[in-house]
Design a protein around this ligand. Structure first.
Ligand SMILES: *[C@@H]1O[C@H](CO)[C@@H](O)[C@H](O)[C@H]1NC(C)=O
Ligand SMILES: [Cu+2]
Length: 244
């Protein structure tokens, strides 16, 4: 049994509740209110079941925090698409993040080959990393310390030369409080649908899949956050720099 640090409650873990693309603000998918509206509010973020983690890295759930149950493969596409210019900032507003949940914040993108509101990547290798933050040399973690220093806003930049088109932004927090063995690590992903604009022509050539990118043997998936004082190896591939 893996505990989440503090007593089970709605505020126990977290998700991205608001997204700012350039200067436009979008409400995230709100798992504790959206499902109760009829019709449900339309979002640019794919549905998540709640504020809890994904712990089995072999499940499709690790992609967008969608369900693998009931014959549904991965998360359902969202109805809306946000717009963001290549080279501009994306601000991700996390709900209150528990102090026990130390770990990195990592962001990937995947280019949609067709209408993103109908596209599900499944297990295809389509993801490339665009940003990451782990533990700094002073021992401060992106989640928690980094978020606490910025009112829970994580900021990254859309690669300036990235080719225009529709992309899923897959942003995750990884909590390490139980990661001294596997299973134990907790992944909190969410997927945001955007239309990137601009005149860039760059595209990466190397991709990973979710599930697939992370296994029990991936550096940084098993890590003793309590006793390990050396550098933290952020899981997954290197950040793609070709779009800069
Ligand atoms: C984050 O989103 C919440 C909910 O919309 C909002 O109340 C809060 O002010 C936002 N935080 C910042 C720093 O904008
Ligand atoms: Cu938790």
């Amino acid at each position: 049994m893996i505990l989440c640090g503090i007593a089970t409650s709605v505020s126990g873990h977290g998700y991205v509740q608001e997204i700012t693309l350039g200067s436009a603000k979008y409400t995230g998918y709100l798992p504790y209110s959206d499902p109760y509206y009829n019709p449900p509010p339309q979002r640019i973020v794919r549905k998540i079941p709640g504020n809890g983690p994904v712990e089995d890295l072999s499940l499709i759930d690790v992609q967008c925090n969608g369900w693998s149950a009931g014959g549904v493969v991965g998360s359902a596409p969202a109805p809306l698409v946000g717009t963001v210019a290549a080279g501009s900032q994306v601000k991700l507003n996390w709900t209150a993040w528990p102090d026990s949940h130390k770990g990195p914040l990592i962001t990937y993108m995947a280019r949609a080959p067709s209408d993103i509101t109908k596209w599900n990547p499944g297990t295809s290798a389509v993801w490339f990393k665009v940003a990451q933050a782990g533990k700094d040399s002073a021992g401060k973690w992106a989640a928690t310390d980094g978020l606490y220093a910025t009112n829970s806003i994580y900021t990254f930049t859309i690669p300036p030369k990235l080719k225009a088109g529709q992309y899923i932004i897959r942003h995750e927090s990884i909590a390490l409080h139980s990661a001294y063995q596997y299973p134990g690590v907790q992944v909190y992903p969410s997927c945001i649908q955007v239309e990137v604009t601009g005149s860039g022509t760059a595209l990466p050539t190397s991709f990973v899949s979710f599930p697939g990118a992370y296994t029990a043997n991936t550096p940084g998936i098993v890590y003793d956050v309590y006793t390990n004082t050396s550098a933290y190896p952020i899981p997954g591939p290197a950040v793609w720099t070709g779009g800069n």
